[in-house]
Design a protein around this ligand. Structure first.
Ligand code: BGC
Length: 926
């Protein structure tokens, strides 16, 4: 038996994070027992636990997924902890020792904010010689530099993080980071800090096209180096006017526009640092998880384009920087630009709009490796000018993203689907750079709330997102405080004041998803005010006359069914007012559920009443007396079914089928409908249509993108036209994650690891429903998910046309229900198989363990009948021939395709009952 994945506040050995609460979690594997009987947490000041601060003793109440323990914490202190678990079989195991270390908490800073002459373009390096009085046993650097900073000791980089202190609404709060520099301080040396412009003082956001910063116009630094010696004495070196300023060779740095470095510049005389006013935003311990270099990507090919450009193809679109080995003559100017795609074989970047996305380097003649500091690029192709000798291996792409440990994996028997899954994962990595962004390449790269909420469940299957979203949600709560609960559409805000339903509903949906996935109610405690104040904002706007829906709403953004907008438009065909009204009810319902979990009875009743009233209004306003939705779009039917808006769900199912037939089995959905599409189909016994949508290779669809060479997810279904040409440049990114939301369905249904949302007590994957859905074309699907509870896995495979193998795995402490797909009832008679030890109503109830079954699939009812739609029938060549012999298909109007053959045969062929029966018999045989 082994204990693993020990975390505090969902982080592994966190150093210097904000810690209002301390939540402990752990996992168990290789145990004989099935679940935890009791656990004991010890917390001490020393690794050997000689002096204990806390010992919970064995307790049945400590949950392995989230145990909030009140620990009296001191600032700047490391605490050690371990956990002992006793299982239901009496085994016991102790974990290895973990730790967490507090930041400065409320301790005063012994450091001033300092600045320098800000007229100078050359970026400053603030520095201070560090003298030591003896052997250093502990040293910590607490630091925040604005816009962005990188710190060095004796020219060696401190830590591995990029783009610190990260992106916030700096007028609200600013993060400092803590580094353990004990090793480095074993010798005296120079502490230096290079500053860049970044989000704080650079050009960023729509409303700030100039070069001046949105939040500030000065480079600023506050740093405190705390040194402890062997003899127990301490030194603190803080920023003040004794620090010196040297000018670097960086003369330009911008998030959108890249960086310029001139190594021929002369050394300038040092300046004295200037003490300056404190930042308005509260200097706070970090919440951001580290942004570091992950994949290192070597170019696949060096291309000389028809236009004569030298271009490197990295084979994968991603977000990050690069390193380039250069050795050019003194004064040589190297110009590097990035792009997402080639057009007619040539370098292309018009869709980056005003973002220059470049790097300019002037060589001093020495051989070296150059690497940007204060920018990032969303790219696959790199155009390089000015290099005499360029080998493709001189260049390395460095993927930058926040720490989001991989948790979910899926593989299928279809290589295009596998590429799609890879594209979705890269879409996530590319847009999880401190803030969940819409895209990483053009002059936007902002925390659009709608995109973030739509993708949050898919992302949380793929990776551990708790801490990443927690920071974003904190940013959101900050922005709401000064806006009466309104959630601006972009977080951190950067002047985008407007809001919209679905977008602002991120305030409720993301924390709720985190609760469902991780089972830690801390996120609800922390966000409750934000969630509630968003719904209150809608309530105030809505008044008694349903005014909320009259505001501007993005609606089913980028759907294909707008009557005038069409495929290149922005808005969808589903009435935005309907979407706004539904989202309002959904958010109110989430606040109600959160209140229930937090034991807030009054609020539970209050928001429950808002939710009910809103659902009643929706029924009155948008549904006929017989329960038919008045809005005839795919997305409207999906919302109807997902939120049970009509008592006549059969009507919505029928309508959804008709609408899909009308569009040739293709989707027409945008930001609202797409995440629901396959999920709702599978939840309504229409797996056939869900798979048809997934596996469709034509426009519009996920595999259409894959077939056109996409390596990430596009913003628009038609970002590229069939001929590979970009369809427009106004709003067209090739790296937007929103449509990648389909990954949630792939995990839940195609592969079958389905989170049980119906029972809130199961949150945190205490239990799953395995609901794999077989598909001959896909061949197999195997998925694993490292949940808060441990590893769940589910796999199915067609061994031949009729034989299937299904295997599942349930972790220690976990539970599962398994519905074996397409199996005859007799399968349960095999009592030898532990899978069938507990079967009730055709469902296998499972506890921790591995289970496998091989079986012959149930004989399926015939796929085709006289009542099948013409579209479906005509897809099959043989059937088409058969029907063609009865009905002149060439003259059949396209609009008739959703109709059944029965209708057409009666209407146009005058077919009688007997004849229809004969045709039916023939069709059943196909
Ligand atoms: C972004 C979107 C965003 C939208 C608002 C765009 O510019 O890229 O993804 O949600 O604006 O509708």
């Amino acid at each position: 038996m082994e204990l693993y994945d020990l975390r505090v506040n969902h982080l592994c050995n966190p150093l210097g994070y904000e810690m209002n609460k301390t939540v402990f979690s752990w996992k168990v594997k290789n145990a004989v027992g099935k679940k935890q009987e009791a656990a004991r947490i010890r917390i001490g000041e020393l690794e050997n636990f000689e002096t204990l601060i806390m010992d919970t003793g064995f307790s049945k109440n400590l949950s392995s997924i989230a145990s909030q323990v009140d620990v009296p914490l001191m600032p700047c202190k490391r605490y050690f902890w371990d956990v002992t678990v006793r299982t239901d079989k009496g085994e016991e195991a102790v974990s290895s020792v973990s730790w967490f270390e507090t930041g400065k908490m409320d301790e005063a800073w012994h450091a001033e904010w300092i600045t320098c002459d800000n007229q100078q373009k050359r970026h400053p390096i603030f520095k201070k010689k560090i003298s030591l009085r003896g052997k250093v046993i502990r040293a910590r650097l607490y630091i925040c530099g604005l816009g962005l900073y990188e710190a060095f000791y004796e020219n060696e980089r401190i830590g591995e993080e990029y783009l610190t202190p990260y992106c916030n609404d700096y007028s609200e709060w600013v993060q400092y980071q803590t580094y353990d520099v004990t090793e480095m301080l074993q010798k005296e040396g120079m502490l230096s800090v290079l500053l860049g412009n970044g989000w704080y003082k650079g050009r960023f956001g729509f409303d700030n096209p100039s070069e001046s910063g949105f939040y500030g116009d000065k480079w600023k630094l506050r740093a405190e180096l705390s040194i402890e010696y062997e003899d127990g004495s301490k030194d603190i070196v803080g920023t003040d006017e004794s620090w010196r300023v040297e000018r670097s060779n960086l003369i330009f740095s911008e998030i959108y526009d890249g960086e310029h470095r001139d190594d021929t510049l002369p050394k300038l005389p040092e300046e004295a640092a200037i003490v300056c006013e404190a930042e308005k935003g509260k200097l706070t311990a970090r919440l951001s998880t580290p942004v570091t270099v992950h994949e290192q990507i070597k170019p696949k090919e060096l291309i000389v384009t028809p236009n004569g450009e030298t271009v490197l193809d990295l084979g994968q679109e991603f977000t990050g920087i690069f390193s380039l080995q250069v050795k050019e003559e003194k004064g040589t100017k190297i110009h590097i630009q990035t792009g997402e795609i080639l057009q007619n074989g040539n370098f292309y970047r018009d869709n980056l709009r005003t973002a220059k996305s470049e790097y300019v380097y002037i060589s001093d003649g020495k051989e070296k490796n150059i690497c940007p500091h204060f920018t990032f690029y969303g790219y696959r192709y790199v155009k390089i000018e000015g290099m005499e000798h360029l080998e493709k291996d001189d260049f390395t792409g460095l993927a930058l993203y926040s720490e989001i440990p991989e948790t979910g994996n899926v593989e299928t028997g279809n290589s295009l689907v596998n590429q799609l899954i890879s594209n979705i994962r890269w879409g996530m990595k590319s847009n999880f750079l401190d803030v969940p962004t819409d895209c990483p390449q053009r002059d936007e790269r902002m925390g659009w709330t709608g995109d973030a909420q739509i993708f949050s469940a898919a992302a949380t299957y793929l990776a551990d997102t708790y801490s990443f979203y927690k920071k974003y949600l904190y940013d959101m709560a900050c922005e709401q405080k000064t806006r009466g609960g309104k959630v601006p559409q972009v977080i951190p805000n950067f002047g985008k004041e407007g809001t919209s339903s679905v977008w602002g509903d991120a305030a409720c949906i993301i924390p709720w998803n985190l609760y469902l996935f991780y089972g830690d109610q801390t996120i609800l405690e922390e966000q409750f005010e934000s969630m509630r104040s968003w719904v209150d904002y809608i309530r105030r706007t809505d008044q008694k006359n349903h005014c909320w829906r009259q505001e501007f709403h993005y609606g089913d953004w980028l759907a294909l069914d707008h009557p005038t907008g069409g495929e290149n438009g922005f808005l969808g065909g589903t009435d935005e007012r309907f979407i706004a009204d539904v989202s309002y009810a959904v958010s109110a319902g989430i606040v109600k559920k959160a209140a229930h979990i937090l034991g807030l009875e009054k609020e539970e009743a209050e928001y429950g009443a808002v939710e009910n009233a809103q659902y009643e209004w929706i029924q009155q306003e948008y549904y006929t007396a017989t329960g038919k939705c008045c809005i005839r779009t795919q997305t409207a039917q999906l919302l109807t079914l997902k939120y049970h808006l009509s008592e006549n769900e059969e009507e919505a199912r029928k309508m959804l089928r008709i609408l899909l037939d009308e569009s040739d089995g293709k989707l027409r959905t945008g930001f609202v409908g797409t995440p629901l599409l396959c999920k709702v189909l599978s939840e309504n016994e229409m797996d056939d249509l869900a798979y048809e949508l997934l596996l469709n290779e034509e426009f519009p669809g996920w595999l259409y993108e894959v077939k056109l060479g996409a390596t990430t997810i596009w913003e628009r279904w038609n970002s590229l036209d069939k001929n590979g040409c970009i369809s427009g440049t106004q709003m067209n990114s090739l790296n937007h994650y929103a449509a990648g939301a389909v990954a949630e369905w792939i995990f839940r249904y195609a592969a079958g690891i389905n989170m049980d949302e119906t029972d809130i007590s199961k949150a945190g994957f205490k239990a799953v429903k395995f609901t794999p859905r077989l598909n001959q074309t896909l061949g197999y699907a195997k998925a694993s998910y490292e949940s808060a509870m441990g590893l769940y896995a589910c796999a199915w495979e067609f061994e031949d046309e009729t034989h299937v193998k299904v295997s599942v795995q349930v972790p220690f402490g976990g539970k599962a229900q398994l519905i074996i797909p397409e199996a005859e009832k007799s399968i349960f008679d095999n009592k030898e198989n532990p899978m069938f030890a507990d079967v009730r109503d055709g469902i296998c109830y499972l506890t921790a363990g591995d289970y496998t079954v091989e079986y012959t699939i149930e004989k399926k009812p015939a796929s085709y009948s006289i009542d099948t739609s013409m579209r479906k029938l005509l897809e099959q060549k043989e059937i088409k021939k058969f029907i063609g012999s009865m009905i002149p298909l060439e003259t059949l109007p396209r609009e008739f395709m959703p109709m059944s053959l029965r209708k057409l045969a009666v209407q146009f062929g005058g077919a009688q009952e007997e004849q229809l029966e004969q045709i039916n018999e023939v069709l059943k045989k196909f």
